[in-house]
Design a protein around this ligand. Structure first.
Ligand code: FE2
Length: 270
């Protein structure tokens, strides 16, 4: 199966890039399934029902969350009614779920959402949660497993790869909005520390640069805002998985001027 993974979609510019380019990407990359992270999709904070439907209509199959999952009140209902995940390592009793199993191309795919610890809300240990979840998926015979590790610290993401590379098919990092160049297939697991944002590319992590500059100059608080106009980018990792193991992975970028480039091809490490 061929899966496209889009990282953090930031605000209206990010949604616009997905709407404009995802239908053609599904065709050109022969994608069976598309995963994306929704946590900054509406005004940069959380997800509204309207934005959720807009993104699913554009061709996304499931969306993952993170620390901003809860920023819009309506998310609690949406987590029940739509194919949306929130990090699996929130404590028991928190609405929604962090794992879903899908059927695609006659095969099952387990999609898992986890959140790191460093500079994040206090949640359960993601490594212990990950082992438990993979135990359950394996017991159910699910061989294709993809994880969105939503974390600030590169070390937490790398450690998850080292721990699970022989048991899961792909681990893709989100949250920092800045893509890293370490795409690899390691013992059959495709991995990149961060996929990078889809949204404005000419600002600060997809937000209007004025606010962060002012915050850094003065130390005073200020609320981040997504710019009305900007230069857009869509970043996607494509992975081909066969019998649970990643066979090929690459990353593409599309710019709102219509240019497209393949920026990374995964080195395959035995
Ligand atoms: Fe985040």
């Amino acid at each position: 199966m061929r899966i496209g993974f889009i990282g953090d979609i930031v605000g209206r510019p990010g949604r616009g890039m997905v709407r404009r380019f995802l239908p053609q990407l599904r065709e050109s990359e022969r994608l069976d399934f598309v995963v994306a992270n929704y946590e900054n999709a509406s005004h940069g904070f959380g997800l509204t029902e309207k934005s959720a439907h807009e993104l699913f209509r554009a061709g996304i199959d499931v969306m993952t969350g993170g620390n901003h999952t809860w920023d819009k009140k309506e998310i609690k209902g949406l987590l029940e009614s739509l194919p949306l995940l929130r990090p699996a390592n929130y404590p028991d009793g928190v609405p929604g779920r962090g794992v879903r199993i899908f059927e695609t191309g006659g095969e099952r795919l387990g999609v898992v959402n986890l959140m790191g610890h460093f500079a994040m809300p206090m949640v359960d240990n993601p490594f212990i949660a990950a082992n438990r979840i993979v135990d359950v998926l394996e017991a159910e015979g699910v061989r294709n497993i993809l994880i969105d590790m939503h974390a600030e610290a590169t070390s937490e993401k790398r450690a998850l790869l080292m721990m699970l590379r022989e048991r899961v098919s792909a681990i893709f990092g989100t949250h920092t909005h800045v893509g890293t160049d370490d795409l690899v297939i390691d013992k059959g697991c495709a991995y990149v520390t961060d996929v990078g944002l889809t949204g404005c590319r000419d600002n600060v992590i997809g937000m209007d640069a004025k606010v962060p500059i002012e915050r850094f100059l003065t130390g005073l608080p200020g609320r981040f805002e997504v710019p009305d106009r900007c230069k857009g980018i869509l970043q996607m990792v494509v992975v081909e998985i066969s019998e649970g193991r990643a066979a090929e992975a690459y990353k593409i970028r599309l710019y709102d001027e219509g240019e497209r480039e393949t920026v990374l091809r995964a080195r395959v490490e035995a």
